[in-house]
Design a protein around this ligand. Structure first.
Ligand SMILES: [Zn+2]
Length: 281
């Protein structure tokens, strides 16, 4: 729950027992942590302000992204709020092994995303397993930070070769992320439309299967995705059609590439799963 490096071997009482004995058995006060974080970092620390409100980000109730931002190229967290600053200090989020772990994880994630994208474009069955392997790996916060990059920044941070894969990843997983955040924030108004839709491994620590939302939902993810094909006329005047289906950002990306190659009448057409468009001409 804290460093994102390990699966967790300890249970930490987020609000320490000596401070809040009545919360000893409150479910959301039990957080899975690794023993280093529990014993050497967090320990019994629970800084509060003058009104007694906790100065740490509570991962069961808040989105850490509101308080912390990850600098992917160097692997360190920067605070976005006083709470973020205190959280970095108390949990030692910028200790050297975590920083190195995130830098390595970032390099690995770019490579795996590109592999996943190739499989995804070909509708290969292994695509889902590769995606799950990535989501189950340590430092999944790196992947979450990648999905939050603004388009203009993403190309600088992840590089042009990885941008199409990242766009496709966002499309496939954006629903889960968006819905997950509403749920983390306890948006009751959205409760009806999210039940049974969230794969909470996407919103949690990526490994415990419990997620920040409390591990209520064990349903398989239901991701609605539209498929698109392309039709165009190649530079020799021959009508062509794509041999694979794309998600929307990938189709847009492919369209731009074809136009750069001098193809004309490039059109994106929605197709049903398993179907492909016919050349028009
Ligand atoms: Zn830890």
């Amino acid at each position: 729950m804290y460093c994102d490096d390990s699966r967790g071997t300890d249970i930490d009482h987020f609000e320490p027992l000596e401070r809040a004995p009545l919360r000893a058995f409150v479910w959301v006060n039990h957080l899975l942590a690794c023993s280093f974080c529990n014993s050497n970092q967090k320990n019994r620390k629970y800084p509060v302000d003058a009104e007694g409100a906790c100065l740490l980000v509570d991962p069961t109730a808040e989105d850490p992204a509101d308080h912390l931002t990850l600098r992917l190229s160097v692997g360190t967290y920067d605070p976005l709020s006083p709470k973020g600053e205190e959280t970095i200090q108390v949990f030692g989020l910028n200790r050297s092994e975590l920083v190195k772990g995130r830098v390595d994880a970032f390099v690995r994630a770019c490579s795996i995303l590109r592999d996943w994208h190739g499989l995804h474009l070909n509708a290969a069955p292994e695509a889902d397993r590769v995606a799950q392997a990535l989501l189950d790996s340590p430092f999944i916060d790196v992947v979450h930070a990648m999905t939050r990059l603004k388009p203009g920044v993403a190309v600088i941070v992840v590089g042009e070769a990885t941008v199409p894969a990242l766009d496709a990843w966002r499309t496939v997983h954006s629903l889960s992320l968006r819905v997950g955040q509403q749920r983390i924030r306890g948006g009751a108004a959205d409760a009806n439309c999210i039940e049974g839709v969230v794969d909470n491994t996407l919103v949690g620590d990526g490994r415990s299967g419990q997620g920040r939302a409390g591990g209520r939902n064990n349903d398989a993810p239901v991701i609605t995705m539209r498929n698109y094909g392309l039709t165009w006329t190649d530079p020799t005047g021959t009508p062509r059609a794509s041999a694979v289906a794309y998600d929307e950002p990938s189709a847009q990306y492919r369209k731009a590439a074809l136009e750069r190659e001098g193809c004309t009448s490039v059109e994106i057409v929605a197709v049903r799963p398993g179907e492909l468009p016919e050349p028009r001409g």
